[in-house]
Design a protein around this ligand. Structure first.
Ligand SMILES: [Zn+2]
Length: 502
């Protein structure tokens, strides 16, 4: 009897597994590969090659030490000289009757390129003129020499983000030189203090645009990258478009106690109480919010370019989601689907034989877009759950809203990327770092963060790190990406809904 029951249950289990497997296979088989798109060729009429002096001009741009040290603290002279260099390097832009350029708050740049069709909403391409400081001793080549060596342009700013600034200007100069006038108007905005939150630059540009009641079709700023070898087993490069940005929350944890002599210690000193609290903030403290941000769409889109068995996993997240989350453990991957905690500062104690009266720690949280600042702070409070630890918010920036991917802007960015790398897999993601886009949030719902830097996950340490560089080939691709994007953004392939009143 028992044996029959066992056989029966086994039969049902096999049946269920077979059933699930069939669904997975069906879903996988019926997901077609992305349609091929024509890749831009160096023989194309509109291809911008290095014979125009692209590498040389980027290398010159790197030489300006536009270093940003902190809030309102940057090298004004260097930024001013860099602007002068920009004016001289792109004479067609600066004399074109369809371009109006203005300097905002003395050091930021705003261009407006007048399109023919006033019914089309303008878009905005953004970048920044400043760079972060360097620790020159760790560099293999001098960070501000603009050295071109073995196919690479070296220096601070080559991937963050003078390549964007110069790339946009090169594409625009080329187009204007060939008598091009866009249908759709657009703005180009370069803030000068992005590396310290853009208070003096992008914020002022944004205020100006708001005062003029500007509404934008989309914004593209620096951000996510094109990564090779991001997912083992996937051969195509993955182009990540940041559709949102994590928030940032800085907390202070403080323990106050009565001081005393170390010969008669309390059961726990302030430092010990604080340490116990801090130990609870180690590792993956927050739960995974996979699927509440762009994560699900990111993997589903990868399904279009992956091969079996990855394709089966990505197209069947309803079944494989837990397996995928379990696999996303590396610091980079983990940070994409949860709020992270990092204890970065600890202070306490003055002398070996004195019981400290207080101990303080500072914790930096990067908040997932599906969570609010207050929810994150409350979560930390609950985890610590010790009345003796006082928690205060030092500063906070909420996460950005998630921009939709069915917009004109996203589609045009995607198309332009695939014209450069037609085997790439273009997917939405959450940008872990921050950009000037925080100031442009009110101007459109379609905000994207992407630059065409193509590297491996390992090489991302060059951002704000040592030996920052870009290959000449990659930089030429950046320029041509902007050329395609401007052309693609020109006309609306869909009926225009925004200005029906006109
Ligand atoms: Zn940057």
């Amino acid at each position: 009897m028992e044996k029959r029951m066992l056989m029966k249950s086994l039969f049902f289990i096999v049946l269920i597994v077979l059933f699930l497997f069939t669904i997975c296979i069906m879903r996988t088989v019926f997901l077609f590969q992305n349609t091929k798109i024509e890749q831009c060729q160096s023989s194309d009429d509109d291809y911008i090659s290095d014979s125009r002096g692209l590498s040389k001009r980027l290398s010159e741009a790197i030489k300006f030490k536009t270093i940003n040290v902190g809030f309102h603290d940057y090298d004004r002279e260097a930024i001013f000289s860099f602007i002068k260099f920009i004016n001289q390097s792109f004479p067609v832009i600066h004399s074109s009757p369809i371009v109006s350029s203005e300097v905002v708050n003395n050091l930021s740049l705003l261009y407006y390129i007048q399109g023919r069709n006033k019914n089309l909403k303008p878009y905005l391409l953004a970048g920044h003129l400043d760079v972060v400081p360097v620790e020159e001793v760790y560099w293999e080549e001098s960070p501000f020499s603009g050295l071109i060596k073995d196919g690479y342009i070296w220096g601070r700013g080559t991937i963050d983000c003078k390549h964007v600034v110069m790339g946009i200007l090169e594409a625009l100069e080329f187009l204007l030189l060939h008598g091009y006038q866009p249908q759709r108007s657009f703005y180009v905005a370069f803030g000068h203090d992005e590396e310290s939150n853009g208070l003096d630059g992008a914020q002022q540009i944004s205020n100006l645009l708001r005062s003029r009641n500007v509404q934008l079709e989309y914004v593209l700023d620096e951000g996510s990258l094109v990564l090779d070898n991001l997912i083992p087993g996937m051969s195509s490069p993955i182009a990540l478009i940041g559709v949102t940005e994590k928030g940032s929350l800085n907390l202070e944890l403080k323990v106050d106690v009565t001081p005393g002599h170390s010969s008669m210690p309390h059961k726990e000193t302030a430092i010990v109480i604080l340490s116990k609290a801090l130990s609870k903030l180690e590792g993956d403290v927050f739960p995974s919010l996979f699927g509440k941000g762009p994560e699900k769409e990111m993997f589903e889109e990868m399904g279009y370019c992956a091969n079996f068995p990855l394709k089966m996993i990505f197209t069947n997240l309803w079944l494989f989601k837990p397996l995928l989350i379990w696999n996303m453990k590396s610091p980079v991957m983990s940070a994409t689907h949860r709020t992270t905690t990092a204890v970065t500062v600890v202070k306490g104690g003055t002398k070996l034989n004195v019981l400290p009266s207080f101990a303080i720690a500072q914790v930096n949280l990067r908040v997932h877009p599906a969570q609010t600042i207050n929810e994150a702070a409350d979560y930390v409070k609950n985890i610590i759950s010790d009345e003796r630890v006082n928690l205060t918010i030092i500063s906070a920036h909420p996460p950005h809203p998630v921009s939709p991917t069915n917009t004109f802007g996203f589609k045009m960015i995607k198309k332009s990327i695939r014209q450069i790398y037609n085997d790439s897999c273009v997917v939405p993601n959450t940008l872990i770092a921050n950009t000037d886009t925080r100031w442009y949030l009110g101007l459109t719902k379609a905000i994207y963060r992407f630059s065409l830097v193509r590297i491996t996950p390992k090489e991302t340490s060059r951002f704000h790190g040592h030996n920052e560089r870009i290959s000449q080939k990659n930089y030429i691709e950046v320029v041509n990406f902007f050329l395609h994007l401007i052309k693609n953004s020109d006309a609306s392939p869909e009926p225009v809904h925004h200005h029906e009143e006109l």
